[in-house]
Design a protein around this ligand. Structure first.
Ligand SMILES: [Zn+2]
Length: 106
């Protein structure tokens, strides 16, 4: 008798969103902010902005609008993808170890 024990890996909703964000393309928008669009359906794209008060990203998708109401720091898959995009740009173009050190010391 063989008992096959299946290990079922369950992902949290945040992990699922992070995985889906891998398939989202991001580019800079004019005159500011970012555009996120899925490869599967590029007709649906979303505009992302930085909220000047919270200094966090805001997305125009329905998921963000509805879930964001309930969870103040909610991050939809577009925000997740855009954060990675911004981080890569920052590392490539703006990162300055001196400034990082100065900020920490202050
Ligand atoms: Zn979104």
């Amino acid at each position: 008798m063989t008992t096959k024990k299946q290990t079922k890996v369950t992902f949290t909703p945040a992990e699922q969103r992070a995985a889906r964000s891998e398939r989202i393309q991001v580019r800079d928008a004019e005159p500011y902010g970012w555009i996120a669009f899925s490869e599967a359906d590029s007709r649906h794209n979303y505009h992302l902005f930085r909220n000047p008060e919270t200094r966090r990203l805001v997305c125009t998708c329905a998921d963000y609008i509805y879930r964001g109401e309930a969870e103040p720091h909610y991050e939809c898959k577009h925000i997740s993808a855009t954060l990675k995009y911004i981080a890569r740009q920052y590392l490539a173009l703006e990162y300055d170890p001196q400034r990082q050190y100065a900020r920490k010391a202050a």
